[in-house]
Design a protein around this ligand. Structure first.
Ligand code: CMC
Length: 429
């Protein structure tokens, strides 16, 4: 394998080292390109740019492989739990029992939020989107832990373990409060005896004199949903978290930015957009054919399809697809949207447009149907993604904060605006 790559510009050539990752991913290290030659690389949307090296998650988009810290998503989803995934992503290894028990206890104990935080919710007008609330509240949460959110790398790292547990635990409390606030319902306090995902369902759906009981095993399904969303290397929101962290911002501020980045329909907001699309197809009486034609002509996007990295079936979509049947069966429910989704998938996978562009269902294609079955309202779908993605954001923040010579992320640009010109006073324009 080549150890260097040569870039020829005019009659001058420049040699740069080749970096090879654990799984044989190759990159040219062009960090000195500009100082050597005056040129920069141009890569709109960073489709070809490795913005960092990372030890956390590996994706082989061509083969449809996803591994966290070396463990396949199939193994983890079969045998692990979201809490174990949290530990694995943040600390790099599967936890030993004593460490894990201690961590879970911290998360269990940390589910309550400061009573004063309730007042922040009152400042949001009715119908505020829960993603806007969650992003704001995560930043506000940092104000209650100033000793963990100092914007001083060393100090923030000293308190990192506590901050990580606080965020993993309280993000679901804040999310449930956003939902209940929107509906004018009283906040429900977390319970210490419930597991992570069941506790979330309790905070969402219990009433003061009518506790939610998980008779259908929905907590387990939700746990798997969170696990499948836990990390996905340098996606839009994780890159945002790393970008914010690279300037030295604390963990709370960084993940709050991650929530905003996740909100968009091309990223985490796609789970909501998929259901809107399926409902539109259902309501128009279309069997999906017309919709597929519109997607092919560029008039609309087939939401939940396509991926920057996967040019094969997203392994998370496969697991979620199977899980959808199980959740609906355990509830004894049917969802016509699932039939539409399956028909759409089959039609698209046999259509040249999708085949030639290697467009397959992604993680968001089936997730909305599962969330809907669990009883999660549509405006909360992307919030659910955010709860799941929290450990990935935290692990990536840690990687940035611990990098010995980490640089601030500051890409360059190619300026295409007007050249220098003379100012004209207003009366002469
Ligand atoms: N429906 C129809 N055509 C599509 C779709 C789609 N969902 N996705 C990509 N294409 C076409 C696109 O128009 C382009 O066609 P052409 O070569 O003729 O110009 C070609 O496929 C390549 O697409 P691209 O836009 O260059 O791909 P990208 O890597 O920039 O975008 C994406 C990736 C996920 C933003 C895009 O596939 C998309 O918008 N999908 C729908 C939204 C969605 O499901 N997002 C969730 C992503 S997975 C979870 C997450 O990370 O949040």
């Amino acid at each position: 394998m080549e150890k260097t790559a040569t870039i020829q510009i005019g009659d001058r050539s420049y040699e740069y080292p080749v970096i090879v990752g654990t799984e044989n991913e190759k990159a040219i290290d062009i960090r000195k390109l500009r100082s050597d030659s005056g040129y920069i690389s141009y890569d709109d949307g960073y489709a070809n740019t490795g913005s960092c090296t990372s030890d956390i998650t590996y994706v082989d988009g061509e083969k449809g492989i996803l591994r966290h810290r070396g463990y396949s998503i199939e193994q983890l989803s079969e045998s692990s739990s979201f809490m174990e995934m949290v530990w694995l992503l943040i600390y790099g290894e599967l936890p030993r029992k004593a460490d894990f028990d201690e961590f879970r206890e911290k998360v269990r104990r940390g589910a309550h939020v400061h009573e004063d935080l309730k007042h922040h919710y009152l400042g949001f007008p009715p119908r505020s989107h829960p993603m806007a609330i969650l992003s704001s509240m995560l930043n506000a949460l940092g104000c209650y832990y100033p000793e963990m959110a100092t914007n001083n790398r060393e100090t923030d790292l000293e308190r990192f373990d506590e901050a990580a547990a606080v965020l993993v635990s309280k993000v679901r409390t804040l999310a449930a409060m956003a939902y209940r606030n929107d509906r004018g319902l009283p906040y429900i306090y977390p319970r210490k005896d419930l597991r992570y995902s069941e506790n979330f369902l309790h905070m969402m759906f219990s009433e003061p004199y009518n506790e939610f009981t998980d008779i259908h095993g929905l907590g387990h399904a939700l746990d798997l949903f969170f696990l499948l969303h836990a990390d996905h290397e340098q996606n839009c929101s994780t890159s945002t978290v790393r970008m914010v962290a690279s300037g030295g911002a604390n963990l709370f501020a960084s993940v709050s930015a991650g929530v905003s980045a996740l909100w968009g329909p091309l990223h985490g907001g796609a789970n909501t957009a998929v259901i809107q699309m399926l409902e539109e197809i259902r309501d128009s009486g279309d069997d999906g054919t017309r919709f597929i034609e519109m997607a092919k002509s560029g008039k609309s996007l087939m939401m939940g399809f396509g991926h920057r990295v996967y040019k094969n079936y997203d392994p998370r979509a496969k697991i979620l697809g199977n899980m959808t049947d199980k959740v609906l069966a355990s509830l004894g429910k049917k969802d016509p949207l699932l039939d539409i989704a399956r028909r759409l998938e089959e039609a698209a996978l046999n259509d040249d447009y999708f085949i030639s562009r290697k467009l397959y269902p992604n993680v968001d294609f089936y997730s909305g149907i599962i969330l809907k079955a669990i009883g999660i309202p549509m405006e909360m779908f992307t919030v659910m993604f955010a709860i799941g993605r929290m450990p990935g954001w935290i692990a990536n923040w840690k990687e940035i904060a611990e990098a010995p010579k980490g640089k601030i992320h500051r890409p360059r640009q190619i300026y295409m605006g007007k050249s220098e010109r003379d100012y004209i006073p207003i009366e002469n324009r």
